[in-house]
Design a protein around this ligand. Structure first.
Ligand code: CTP
Ligand code: CA
Length: 236
């Protein structure tokens, strides 16, 4: 069964969606970021609103023109920038959430220190290396902690195939590692994924088994994700 968007199957439910890409400060004017536009997360939030949910969107560096329509449609938008801010906003909202979807591209590493003043170049001197430390894995923590009983936790995995495996093989292994209930696996790179209108995904469960496949607009993929959430959840 696809596309239950016409029914209010998420009425009375609180869903939290993280979207966008985190920025890790190097100094007050520079950051380490990524190419996530946040469009898939925005589509997830819009679809959930259309299906009757109360929606909290934790928006990491999203363009204002993406956020304005969601605000008008009644979403509670929390703007964040770094992974630390995103983690705290997601966990705060998750205490009342039936579903948390981590669609944000979260930086795996951050600079170990972020000086309060701009780093200056010195003529003829090589720049100091930027030491990185690992960020907490927000999704894995949510899957372990289950901040509300019965909460459904959903992750996204943007993969490229490589010598170690295909996109789907990497996605299945990631699903088993993360402990989330669902992982939405999509291929990125070249013309796929980041910044594009269309998406092509495989939704797998925590054991890495395929639950659904979806291709089309980000809104169609979003509805397929909510369909999968509905079908695995006993509380929805
Ligand atoms: N994620 C997270 N916290 C992090 C890194 C990732 O919550 N520090 C979440 C993302 O929001 C996404 C999922 O984990 O829902 C998978 O992210 P991805 O980058 O594909 O997986 P990683 O475990 O970071 O593995 P790698 O980047 O090495 O492929
Ligand atoms: Ca990562």
């Amino acid at each position: 069964e696809r596309r239950r968007a016409s029914t209010a199957d998420l009425a009375g439910r609180h869903v939290v969606v993280s979207a966008g890409g985190t920025r890790e400060p190097i100094d007050p004017v520079r950051f380490i970021g990524n190419r996530s536009s946040g469009r898939q997360g925005v589509a997830l939030a819009a679809a959930a609103l259309a299906r009757g949910a109360r929606v909290t969107l934790v928006a990491a560096n999203l363009a204002d023109d993406l956020l304005a329509p969601l605000r008008r449609a009644g979403a509670d938008v929390v703007e964040v920038s770094s992974t630390a801010e995103l983690r705290s906003a997601v966990r705060g909202a998750a205490t009342t959430a039936d579903v948390v979807v981590m669609a944000a591209a979260v930086a795996d590493f951050r600079p170990a220190t972020a000086p309060g003043a701009k780093i200056k170049k010195v003529a003829g001197r090589a720049p100091a290396p930027i030491e990185l430390v690992e960020n907490p894995d927000v999704l894995a923590e949510l899957a372990t902690d289950r901040l509300r009983a019965g909460q459904v936790v959903v992750g996204f995995a943007a993969e490229t195939g490589d010598d170690d495996g295909t996109v789907l093989e990497h996605g299945r292994a990631k699903a088993r590692r993360k402990g989330a209930d669902l992982l939405v696996v999509n291929a990125v790179g070249h013309a796929l994924g980041f910044g594009t209108a269309d998406n092509d995904v495989t939704i797998v469960d925590g054991a890495g088994e395929t639950v659904a496949v979806a291709a089309g607009s980000k809104r169609e993929v979003a509805d397929a994700v909510w369909d999968a959430v509905s079908s695995i959840s006993s509380t929805i």
